[in-house]
Ligand binder design. Structure first.
Ligand code: UT7
Length: 332
């Protein structure tokens, strides 16, 4: 019997309407468009406005689009994995809230937290449920409402992050398409450079933690940059080597969108030109778990059956990794 692989068979995405531009940020903190563009490649990011709206509300939009495109109903879904660092609530899992809101009454679900590598960890996990035969339809959501944990008085972080969500459907195939290989890595010692100080069990929320702004992202940008640039390039080169792929074999690098300079370094290391790099950081900034599926969503129409994609990310944890994905359908 031939091997069962997990193929991506549909994609959905959602970005909120409101655009927070560099020009507006100039009025909020001591920064300027030239600095932000040259250091990060970001021009604007989307922000989810509206009382009572959270990560699940963006996910519902993305998942409903994905279901509609594939022509299936929510109750056919077996499993939904929500990759996020900004869940609606501390518990229960946002995956449960999404499945309830979309009416996926036969699905089980859980959240997966691996920060910027979350979506890659999610696809890796979801593909195992497909390959084992345990599930036939798995949705992997990458969604973050980063504006809920950004300090808009901190110029080092508020210029980077935005809100957004993408989602993919994984289904079994016996053809040679889908998730071909994955390399996932982590190094918890990197947590000191990128984390949220309070709100967990070590330091529960209190007046003091709120006053000290400890519920926002803490990032030592330079340190993270150094690790990101090396590790994202290394792991992308490693997965190419392991699968005997040359730069000519690659249709697209699908990188986590944290900083254009990190993406450029990864592409250089892989030997692929700009025309083979999915890049939308200028419009959306860093949406954490959302970046990679949002790229797939935006580029879907350009993808052809058999295209070789390398998905790569680095982020908080530290976590990083790469997936070799062979695209399984021609988009209509
Ligand atoms: O996705 C999760 C993983 N995260 C990442 O991959 C992020 C990795 N890090 C980065 O992308 C970059 O380190 C940043 C974009 C966060 C910062 O860029 P940088 O080139 O590393 O800048 P820096 O922190 O070294 O700061 C350079 C200068 C400093 O001024 P002095 O000390 O040279 O006078 C900063 O105070 O730029 C200053 N600066 C700013 N100036 C204008 C820092 N932020 C700003 C700002 N506007 N927003």
């Amino acid at each position: 019997m031939s091997k069962i692989r997990a193929a991506v068979t549909s994609v959905g995405g959602y970005v909120p309407e409101y655009k927070l531009t560099n020009k507006v940020l100039e009025t909020m903190v001591d920064t300027n468009d030239e600095w932000i563009m040259s250091r990060t490649g970001i021009k604007e990011r989307r922000i989810l406005k509206g009382e009572g709206l959270g990560t699940s509300d963006m996910a519902v939009e993305a998942v409903n689009e994905l279901l509609k495109k594939r022509g299936i109903s929510a109750d056919e879904i077996d499993l939904l994995i929500c990759c996020t660092v900004t869940p609606d609530l501390v518990f229960p899992a946002t995956a449960n809230i999404i499945t309830d809101k979309i009416g996926a009454s036969n699905a089980f679900g859980f959240d997966l937290m691996a920060a910027c590598s979350g979506f890659l960890y999610g696809v890796t996990t979801g593909s195992k449920y497909i390959e084992s035969g345990a599930c036939k339809k798995v949705i992997v959501v990458g969604a973050d409402k980063m504006s809920s944990i950004v300090d808009y008085e901190d110029r080092q972080t508020c210029i980077i992050f935005g809100d957004g969500c993408g989602a993919v459907l994984l289904e079994p195939t016996e053809e040679d398409f889908g998730v071909m290989d994955t390399i996932m890595k982590s190094d918890g010692s990197g947590r000191v450079h990128l984390h949220q100080k309070a709100g967990g069990s070590v330091k529960p929320a209190s007046h003091a933690t709120v006053d000290a702004k400890e519920h926002f992202i803490y990032q030592e940008g330079q340190a993270v940059f150094k690790f990101a640039v090396t590790n994202m390039a290394d792991v992308s080169a490693e997965i190419m080597e392991r699968n005997n792929l040359s730069s000519d074999d690659i249709r697209f690098l699908v990188p986590h969108q944290a900083n254009k300079r990190i993406i450029d370094a990864t592409a250089r290391r892989m030997g692929v030109g700009e025309d083979k790099v999915m890049l939308n950081i200028e419009k959306y900034g860093n949406t954490t778990s959302g970046t990679i599926p949002l790229c797939l969503w935006e580029w879907e129409k350009q993808l052809k059956k058999g295209d070789n994609l390398i998905l790569s990310a680095f982020g908080g944890g530290f976590t990083w990794g790469s997936i070799y994905l062979k695209w399984a359908y021609d988009s209509k």
